[in-house]
Design a protein around this ligand. Structure first.
Ligand SMILES: Nc1ncnc2c1ncn2[C@@H]1O[C@H](COP(=O)(O)OP(=O)(O)OP(=O)(O)O)[C@@H](O)[C@H]1O
Ligand SMILES: [Mg+2]
Length: 325
């Protein structure tokens, strides 16, 4: 098979964690048999949305090469990223695929001037051959996010607002000329009134630099405005995916319908630990043998409880629901 024409090719990807207490030990399928593809020719914004604990961050970390999948295939530009071993190849991959995290302080330590990170990124990835060139490049990238070198030089992170800092993390990410940005809840810590202007940057970058974006969010409103496609995740599975207008204007899966009505505010990401305590309901949903939504679904049928539905293609979308069989 030739997947070189795909930017990202993910097939039947699964990640299993073990979780629970001593008394109630259980395997959590954080990512369950997920398949998705991004085209290499045309950049796009692909949103992953779903409730807390649906596996969005785990999937993002697999795509960034930070978590090893339990099974399945993940190719970036045709290369199996789980097989990257040399420092040279890792450098290539980390230049191509850049992360943006929820908290800009993951990128910028309060102790260092912001420019240090921008400068080091340009130098470490050999973006410039000659050191005097570096400031032109930084100014160009800063202007792409609505800032400039003059506004940034000499300043520490505490001299910027949260929104400006998130713009700075985006500027840092595009210094390496990546083909893919993975942004995990990039605006959930930003004041609600500023979110849209920052999220819009992704759309501009896609057009200006032909960079694709995997945008992870709880916020369907921002997703609607900037995404080309969206995938709805529930307990590790993508239950519905397709063009954003289709999925959000006329959702097919009962879970997408529910999500449209009420979506809880994101929880602030805690540091990852080996063991995470889950509620009994969560464990029940994760380990249910049928559709993970069966216990909450108003249209539940007997089959839903026994076997997870296969993907069905309806009206430009892939949906996992027996209502569409
Ligand atoms: N290191 C780990 N060990 C055990 N379980 C984990 C680990 N990391 C994540 N999980 C579990 O995997 C499931 C998916 O978590 P993940 O963080 O990917 O969800 P999410 O969709 O990003 O949630 P949120 O919206 O809250 O950020 C959760 O039940 C979580 O508790
Ligand atoms: Mg998350």
């Amino acid at each position: 098979m030739n997947h070189n024409n795909k930017l990202l090719f993910i097939k039947n990807l699964t990640k299993i964690f073990s979780a629970g207490s001593f008394l109630f030990k259980s395997n959590i399928v954080a990512v369950n048999n997920v398949s998705l593809e991004l085209n290499a020719q045309r950049a796009e914004i692909f949103t992953l949305a779903g409730e807390s604990g649906s596996g969005k961050t785990t999937l993002a970390r697999i795509i960034l090469g930070l978590v090893r999948p339990t099974s399945g295939t993940i190719l970036y530009k045709g290369r199996d990223i789980t097989q990257i071993k040399s420092a040279k190849d890792w450098k290539w991959f980390t230049r191509e695929v850049q992360p943006i995290s929820q908290n800009p302080f993951d990128t910028f330590s309060p102790l260092n001037k912001v420019e240090t990170y921008l400068y080091d990124t340009a130098i470490n990835y050999n973006i410039v051959t000659n050191k005097s060139e570096v400031y032109n490049i930084l100014d160009e990238k800063l202007k792409a996010v609505g800032l400039s070198w003059d506004e940034v030089r000499g300043k520490y992170p505490n001299e910027f607002s949260g929104g400006q800092l998130q713009r700075l993390s985006i500027a840092r990410a595009i210094i390496t000329n990546p083909s893919l940005i993975v942004a995990d809840e990039p605006v959930s810590m930003i004041d609600a009134s500023l979110r849209m202007s920052i999220v819009n940057l992704f759309k501009n970058l896609k057009e200006q630099f032909n960079v694709s974006v995997i945008y992870i969010t709880h916020d369907l409103a921002t997703a609607y405005y900037i995404s080309d496609r969206i995938a709805i995740m529930l307990r590790g599975s993508i239950v519905e995916s397709g063009p954003v207008e289709k999925v959000l204007n006329a959702p097919l899966h009962p879970y997408t319908k529910l999500l449209k009505q009420s979506i809880p505010e994101p929880t602030i990401d805690v540091q990852w630990e080996e063991e995470i305590q889950l509620s009994v309901t969560e464990i029940k949903e994760f380990t249910a043998s049928g559709c993970k939504f069966a216990a909450r679904c108003p249209y539940v049928m007997e089959t839903c409880k026994t076997k997870e539905p296969e993907e069905t293609f309806v009206d430009e979308r892939a949906v996992r629901c027996y209502l569409y069989k």
